[in-house]
Design a protein around this ligand. Structure first.
Ligand code: PLP
Length: 391
């Protein structure tokens, strides 16, 4: 695709689940910020700052529109990444005021969810449950969600499983006075439809996994604002400061709700770039998305039919993981990954920050992960299949 014209011919990048490649319009938007209106947002009155404010505000609106959420219900804050967003929320949630009695997550979570839920449970002396996700990716609803804080991913980062029952699950959790936070790190690039009109209480995502510059986002329900005990504080978030006290703008002005999680100067250029990335994603036609999934399916079928490759996925998704058994092949997935690298095929090997499930539940040896993006072509798929055969 011409938006990735900077790729060297022959280089096949298969690590989009970590960070996607940035298409030309996103790189241009970032450069344009630096070259034409490099300025601090939400503080300055000169023209460059006015332009930054306009674009930053536009991006917040685009994020909500992308997921078909309303600004009267939700606000958008920017942060470093998904991990940081989840930790910012958990470390500041008023557990007593919310009446949270337990924390629930699932077995197929990234460490960015798994670890913070362990710390959260320990810090607040709460029970923590790890629920087994169904093979189709849904989370069982016959679980006691009474006053539970639930954090799960919308798409799994090693086998692409989807949180199929996200809508009914949210209702089930809310009926029992629970709270649902969605880890949408893998959910924004190719499967944002799943998150449309969700009623989740918060959604955390990483712009760098959705074709944008490095940045994180928190989308949160406005009615949670009174339940955040703000402790990460600083510039750009107050109406007034007295000797021993301050008044947060988030609590007094609905238009400033986002400042709740944005202490200090933000990554304005990266926020602007996210606006361009959302435009770019919106421009991807149904047929382009169908082509991406068709390529994933061709790769999935080739890998699954190979006797010495053990594929984890039940279905074809742009993220496919598999392992080789050293007893069958004489080498492990790391060796295979290095051999693929020699063929200019850039794939990940290891446990992809899902150590609990892959290492301790399944006892898999280290794996290989191929994660595709819109830059992948049919020729790339041919080359990957041929290289795997050869190796
Ligand atoms: C499902 C999932 N959740 C969370 C994360 C953490 O994202 P980040 O490192 O951008 O915070 C990842 C990263 O790969 C992920 O795949």
């Amino acid at each position: 695709m011409s938006d990735f014209d900077y790729l060297k011919s022959g280089d096949i990048y298969l690590d989009s689940a970590c960070q996607s490649l940035r298409p030309r319009p996103v790189i241009n938007a970032l450069n344009q910020y630096y070259e034409t209106h490099n300025s601090c947002g939400e503080r300055v009155k000169y023209n460059w700052g006015v332009e930054t404010d306009r674009k930053v505000e536009e991006t917040r609106k685009k994020v909500l529109k992308f997921l078909k959420l309303k600004s009267k219900d939700y606000f958008v804050s920017f942060t470093l990444n998904t991990t940081y967003g989840i930790n910012l929320i958990l470390s500041q949630l008023d557990v007593e005021k919310l009446g949270i009695r337990k924390v629930i997550t699932s077995d197929i979570e990234h460490n960015s969810v798994f670890l913070p839920t362990i710390s959260f449970a320990n810090n607040h002396h709460l029970e923590r449950k790890v629920v087994k996700r169904n093979p189709d990716g849904s989370l069982p609803e016959d679980v006691d969600y009474d006053h539970a804080l639930v954090i799960v991913n919308s798409i799994c980062n090693f086998d692409g499983r989807r949180l199929e029952n996200i809508k009914s699950l949210t209702k089930t959790i809310h009926k029992q006075h629970g709270i649902l936070i969605i880890d949408a790190a893998q959910g924004m690039a190719h499967d944002s439809d799943l998150l449309h009109k969700t009623d989740a209480d918060a959604i955390c995502f990483s712009a760098h996994k959705m074709y944008s510059a490095s940045l994180g986002g928190i989308i949160m329900k406005r009615n949670l604002i009174p339940f955040i005990k703000t402790s990460f504080v600083g510039g750009g978030m107050v109406d007034d400061v007295k000797k021993d006290d301050f008044v947060l703008s988030a609590g007094t002005n609905p238009d400033h709700a986002h400042t709740l999680f944005e202490p200090g100067l933000q990554a304005w250029g990266e926020i602007v770039a996210l606006g361009a990335a959302i435009d770019w994603l919106n421009e991807r036609s149904k047929s382009e998305k169908a082509e991406l999934y068709a390529r994933a399916e061709r790769l999935f079928n080739a890998l699954s039919s190979h006797k010495k490759l053990h594929v984890l996925n039940r279905t074809a998704t742009p993220t496919i993981s598999f392992y080789v058994d050293k007893k069958e092949t004489g080498f492990d997935s790391h060796v295979l990954g290095a051999a693929l690298a020699d063929e200019h095929i850039m794939a990940r090997t290891g446990y992809f920050c899902a150590h609990y499930y892959l290492g301790h539940v399944k006892h898999y040896p280290p794996l290989v992960r191929f994660s595709l993006g819109y830059h992948i072509t049919d020729d790339d798929i041919d080359k990957i299949i041929n290289s795997i055969e050869k190796l």
